[in-house]
Design a protein around this ligand. Sequence first.
Ligand code: COA
Length: 354
Amino acid sequence: MELLNWDGTFSFFLIIAIHYIIHTVNGDDSLKVSLISTGSALPEKVLDNTEISTMVETSDQWITERTGIKTRRVVTTETTISLAVEASKRAMEKAGVAPSDIDLVICATITPDTVVPSAACRIRHELGIDKGAAFDVNAACSGFIYSVSLARSLMLTEDYNTALIVGSEVLSRIVDWTDRTTCILFGDGAGAAILKKDSDLGGEILATHIESFNDIQNALVCDNYPIETPFYTGYKPEKTKLVMDGQQVFRFAVNAIVDSITAVLKKAGKTADEIKYIVPHQANVRIIDSAANKLKIDKSRFFVNLHKVGNTSSASIPIALDELFDSEKPQKGDLVLIVGFGGGLTAGSALIRY
Ligand code: COA
């Protein structure tokens, strides 16, 4: 029997051709990755500036004026994994995603509870996810954006459909609580996001931009744990707690935000005027203000929650995104830009359309 006569074959190719023309004209190759939900979790203990003033020589006034930070959370019994699992459950619930849907888990952290297994593998295990890949990313405070960028690339080129991206940190364990120049800045917490391929729920990631720079002057360093082997005992780490040159990092941060925002907007063919919200890494309100001034973008468009949580490194952007979306649902077409910078040195940004 003839399966397709001349007319049938012609109609079939005509439909394919029309489909191709429509997609070419729209510039839509139908493959897209969207950030469809967020979740966050913070430790119970609140550490305010007044309590820090009892630990090092500082004051609420100094910390507030120089950083904008008023309180931060620090772990007691919580861990990187427990916070990450909590944040992930919330993001999964909001997205209506079950563990069996997830086929990619990436955890951004510089404070994993264990070296092996990775935090991502342990999160996956605790959540009952049992397919696909799981691994950690260390890009310091840019870690969440690096992970989003990496997940998006993997989802566009490989067979992953639903990704869980978590930034989780217990920085209080690597902070030097006798150093007033660093201990006032950091906090603990976790933020998570669900990324989905070909979703119609909004949140399409239009473009990402990630970059690294050599930290020639060791502006932000935390050495390895002491290592002695039967073969070499000469490795003596000097900085087993976080050590930072605040002013150098400050200068880098302002330029990194400006350059990274400019780069991702250029990639997406958008302008700063079109952005509804910018969610920057929450390190210091003076860094955000300086970048806003340089970019000539009104400060009110930068979402800030660092006064409550301090700098939670790779968790900072998803925690802030989660707070923003809980208070203000993005409307269809809204552009949200996330931008971060951190140790490495690293920087990154992503532009999302709702
Ligand atoms: N309380 C009171 N005084 C403090 C203090 C504190 N917690 N920390 C530093 N000081 C003192 C310094 O000793 C210095 O005193 P001096 O003038 O007598 O020498 C003075 O305050 C000014 O110090 P300086 O380092 O110039 O302050 P700053 O305005 O640069 O602010 C930071 C310091 C750390 C808040 C700021 O540089 C910063 O936020 N940098 C970026 C850090 C960051 O974001 N890191 C993470 C990146 S992901």
